[in-house]
Structure formats: structure tokens, C-alpha cells
Design a protein around this ligand. Structure first.
Ligand code: NDP
Ligand code: MG
Length: 392
């Protein structure tokens, strides 16, 4: 029997993390769990640890350490707390692959630490490449580490590139469902509530990415992620709205030929592809039936109404720390929207304001990203409290 691949799942209690565990549960002859981490959901982390028997678990919220420790005392599982512990534990010799599925900037440090230790990365946390794509991809190259994309669009491109690595890409098309507000105008969007924004038509995901999908910031972050993963210029990346979410993205080569990757929307497929690469593992995921989808449709993205996508392209073109600013401002804006502190359209105002106000750094090093993130969050919160009276 082949050796089991030992996986550390960072963010195992989230949407990607739990689906990764579904994949591992169904393929226990291929994978074993070495590390699990969660933040606030201690009960789920405990339950997962008891089922999968990892070497170690880390609870990021240090207040919950004793609770997790007590629950796991009868088991041979080490328990740690805090994000520093995650960054240390990913370096453990026994880990083969680190699945980075923490949401947001919080996932950056541990991913960098895993790359430094030479671990292969299955990358769900798109913010890592948005914030510090230049640094992260350079480091990965230096360490001989592969970044296997889990984001469905990037997995699609990666799958289309199999066997094509020497053929230059002319262009890629990232598909977008358009989210719950596709076709809506600014008048409508001004008054939408989080409950509406949290209802994605095709995917079930964590709250932050679901709001990003509704505002098209998710597609903007994915454009930046694609630039770094596939070494593209911004002119080579296009977005096309495809409401059925069956074609997960396309590559166009220099002879004009296009390759697309298709399937029903199910994140378990890209997760399994990333963990199993280069092998495709047999699965019982529901198969696509053409008769259920007699037409696949396409339309342009409305960047006038959904300004976030245009702001993401702008930050990509500016380079330096601009995408780090975009990301931090957006994280604060989404959090404020989820707490009913700002309206849906004001999320773009927060991002735009921070892109104008926060100092530009042309060639940032790691500490510059850390300080840019911090300064942007302060500016974004100031902006929100200054204009709160006008915008709620
Ligand atoms: P969730 O919100 O469902 O899960 C996030 C995970 O990160 C949870 O385990 C959570 O712990 C943990 N976490 C949250 N904040 C912190 C923190 N400050 N420090 C350490 N851990 C933390 O998110 P998703 O699973 O939806 O998304 C994860 C990443 O994958 C995101 O970057 C997203 O963009 C990307 N992605 C997700 C897709 C999806 O279908 N969900 C598709 C493509 C990409 P706890 O729950 O215990 O608090
Ligand atoms: Mg995606």
C-alpha cells in the first residue's frame, strides 16, 4: 500500500476545512490528518480531533485552550493555542501537505511559515496571494514548493494546464456566477441587507467569501490570485459572468484554442484534486447531466455597479502594497456590513478611500505588508465611523 499523505488542515472548522475532512474520510487509504486548527468553534474542533486522531490541534482563540485541552485529555492528541502555534506546528517533519483554509489575512503568516519549511501547499486562502503574492510566490519557487489551488476557478485553470506547461497562455477567463445580485442596479443595492447577500445561488461557503461574492470583490481577489499563481499580466485576465457555475474557468492558448474545466459546483472536487495531485481519485460526487442544463449562458461583468472588481484591477495594476490595502480595507468593510454598520454599496467606498489614503510602497517586504494591513484597518475604521451618520 502507498504511504498515506499526512495533511495539516488550517481552518478545519470552516466551510473548506469541513469539506476537506469529508474528502479525507472518503479516502482514508490515501490521506491521514496530522494537524487540525480552528478559531472560535472549539466544539467542532474537538469532535473532528476525536474522529480523525491528529498528532496535534491548535485553537487560535487562546481563551478556549483549557476547554479543548480538557476535552482531549483522554486522547493522545497534543493541544496548542494561538496563531503563533499554528506557524510553528506547520513546520513539523511529519506533515506532507498544508491545506491553508483560514479565512483572510489571518492565514498569511502560517502559510509563509509552511512554505519556509518546504511543505507543499493546498491553497484555499486566496487573501495570502492578494496581500503578498510577490513575496509568497518567490519564496515558494526558492523552496521548491508547489501551490496547488483550491479555489474552483484556479483549480480549473490548473487542470486545463495539465500537459501544457510549456505552451504560453494567451489569456484566461475566470467565470463568475454573478452572485445573488446579478442584474441589480445601485438603487436596489443601496438597501440590501446581509441576509440577502448571504444567500449565494450556487455555492455554500463561509460568510466572508459569500459577501465578497455578492459584491464581486471575490472575483477581484481571484483576478489577483490568478496573476500570481499563473504568472500573468492583468491584460491576460478576463472575467465572464456565467450564472450556472458549470464552467469553472477557461484558458486560451496562443493558437486561439480554448480549454475549459466543467462540473457541478462542489468544492470537494478541487479540494480532492489539490490533495491527490497528480492523481485523480475516483469519487462518487454527483455527475453532471446535460439535460439539466440545456443552455450555459455568458454575460459581461457589470463593473460600474459592482465597483469592487474595477478597484481590484486598479490595485493589481498599481502593484506594490496596493492589493494589501485593498484586502485589509475589504476585510474591515465586510465585517462592518455583517454587523449592520454600513450599507452594501459603502463597502466599495471604504476600499476606494483606503486605496487613496494609505501610503503606497513600491517594493514591500514582509514587515511592510504587516504595517500596511494594520494602518489600512485603522483608516478603514476611521472612515466608517466618520461617515456612519450619513450612510446607515
Ligand atoms: P469559513 O469562515 O467557513 O472558515 C474559516 C476558518 O478559519 C475556520 O476554521 C475559522 O475558525 C478559521 N479562522 C477564522 N478566523 C481566524 C483567525 N483570525 N485565526 C485563525 N483561524 C481563523 O471560511 P471558508 O472555509 O469559506 O474560506 C476559507 C478560505 O478559503 C477563504 O480564504 C476563502 O476565500 C477561501 N475559499 C473558500 C471557498 C468556499 O467554498 N468556502 C471557495 C474558494 C476559496 P472557526 O470557524 O473555528 O472560528
Ligand atoms: Mg472561487
Amino acid at each position: 500500500m502507498a504511504e498515506l499523505k499526512k495533511i495539516a488542515i488550517l481552518g478545519s472548522t470552516g466551510s473548506i476545512g469541513t469539506q476537506a475532512l469529508d474528502v479525507i474520510r472518503s479516502n482514508s487509504n490515501s490521506f491521514a490528518v496530522e494537524v487540525l486548527t480552528g478559531n472560535g468553534n472549539a466544539d467542532l474542533l474537538i469532535k473532528q480531533a476525536i474522529e480523525f486522531n491528529p498528532n496535534s490541534v491548535v485553537i487560535s482563540d487562546e481563551n478556549k485552550y483549557q476547554y479543548v485541552k480538557n476535552a482531549l485529555t483522554p486522547y493522545d492528541i497534543k493541544v496548542f493555542a494561538g496563531n503563533k502555534a499554528i506557524s510553528e506546528i506547520v513546520q513539523m517533519d511529519s506533515i506532507d501537505v498544508v491545506l491553508a483554509a483560514i479565512v483572510g489575512y489571518a492565514g498569511l503568516e502560517s502559510t509563509i511559515s509552511a512554505i519556509k519549511a518546504g511543505k507543499q501547499i493546498a491553497l484555499a486562502n486566496k487573501e495570502t496571494l492578494v496581500v503578498a503574492g510577490d513575496l509568497v510566490t518567490r519564496l515558494a519557487k526558492e523552496k521548491g514548493v508547489n501551490l496547488y489551488p483550491i479555489d474552483s476557478e484556479h483549480s480549473a485553470i490548473f487542470q486545463c494546464l495539465a500537459g501544457e506547461f510549456h505552451n504560453p497562455i494567451e489569456k484566461i477567463y475566470l467565470t463568475a456566477s454573478g452572485g445573488p445580485f446579478r442584474g441589480k442596479d445601485t438603487n436596489f443595492l443601496r438597501s440590501v441587507k446581509k441576509e440577502q447577500a448571504l444567500k449565494h445561488p450556487n455555492w455554500e461557503m463561509g460568510a466572508k467569501i459569500t459577501i465578497d461574492s455578492a459584491s464581486l470583490m471575490n472575483k477581484g481577489l481571484e483576478v489577483i490570485e490568478a496573476k500570481w499563481l499563473f504568472g500573468l499580466k492583468s491584460e491576460q485576465i478576463d472575467v465572464i459572468v456565467h450564472p450556472q457555475s458549470i464552467i469553472h474557468s477557461l484558458v486560451q492558448f496562443t493558437d486561439g484554442s480554448m480549454k475549459a474545466q466543467m462540473g457541478l459546483p462542489d468544492m470537494k472536487l478541487p479540494i480532492q484534486y489539490a490533495l491527490g495531485y497528480p492523481n485523480r481519485i475516483k469519487s462518487d460526487f454527483t455527475r453532471f447531466d446535460f439535460m439539466n442544463y440545456p443552455s450555459l449562458t455568458f454575460e459581461p461583468a457589470d463593473v460600474k455597479t459592482f465597483r469592487n472588481l474595477a478597484l481590484a484591477f486598479e490595485s493589481l495594476n498599481r502593484g506594490g502594497n496596493a492589493s494589501c490595502i485593498l484586502n485589509a480595507a475589504n476585510e474591515v468593510a465586510v465585517d462592518a456590513f455583517l454587523k449592520d454598520k454600513i450599507g452594501f454599496l459603502q463597502m466599495s467606498d471604504v476600499v476606494e478611500n483606503c486605496l487613496q489614503k494609505v501610503d503606497y510602497i513600491a517594493n514591500p517586504v514582509y514587515d511592510d505588508y504587516v504595517s500596511t494591513d494594520c494602518v489600512t484597518r485603522i483608516k478603514a475604521l476611521e472612515f466608517i465611523s466618520n461617515c456612519k451618520s450619513q450612510i446607515v
